[in-house]
Design a protein. Structure first.
Length: 209
């Protein structure tokens, strides 16, 4: 229970997705400002997406590293007496390190498992936010489906252009986007089923299908 609380507290230090994306945008504005100019985005949409998304991932991993370091500091503080007892046994440095790692390993295993799950989920959602941001920069109205219509009609659709009402009532006037950062073995089962008059597009970072 103590380890679970430690993990929870450490993971709370990772900022929300939008904040991380905002940081990535600011970094790119300083390093390569032309990439975020509307005219450039229109002509090089893929390049802009594949520049912005990795930068957001880099920033996320930076915060994730701080999460692990925070967990280490907290764990050491909580187990100071145990570590002290081990140090007083006069063990060779390598054996002492092994004993400490054995105690610490269960926490690391759970923390990495949780972080791995979060990393995958956040990666997909971040890519979706990147696409939405770039569309907004070039003046393309879009919306993320929500509510009962999203569950029943727009299942597996990540973004619709121009909006959800048009997508439902006049699908021939809309575009349906499926944003997939990576593609799994059964990736075709995760994209929307193409209905009559639907124009469905798969957006992904994978260069070859």
């Amino acid at each position: 229970m103590q380890d679970e609380r430690l993990i929870y507290q450490a993971r709370q230090k990772v900022p929300p997705l939008q904040k991380i994306l905002d940081e990535a945008i600011e970094n790119i504005k300083k390093a390569s400002p032309q990439i975020l100019v509307p005219e450039y985005i229109r002509a090089h949409f893929s390049e802009c997406a594949t520049t912005l998304e990795p930068k957001a991932l880099e920033i996320y991993l930076h915060y994730e590293r701080k999460t692990f370091l925070s967990a280490i500091d907290t764990w050491v503080s909580q187990n100071e007496s145990v570590i002290k007892s081990l140090s007083e046994k006069g063990l060779p440095s390598s054996d002492f390190a092994k004993e400490v790692i054995k105690l610490f390993y269960p926490l690391v295993q759970r923390l990495e498992f949780r972080s791995g799950q979060t990393r995958k989920a956040r990666g997909g959602r971040t890519f979706e936010l990147v696409i939405g941001y770039l569309l907004g920069k070039i003046g393309v109205p879009h919306q993320k489906p929500k509510g009962k219509q999203q569950t029943k009609i727009l299942k597996r659709v990540d973004l619709v252009i121009p909006d959800q009402i048009t997508a439902i009532e006049r699908p021939d006037k809309a575009y349906f986007l499926s944003c997939k950062r990576t593609l799994r073995e059964r990736w075709k089962q995760t994209i929307p089923e193409r209905k009559p008059s639907w124009r469905v597009f798969l957006l992904t970072l994978v260069s070859s299908l």
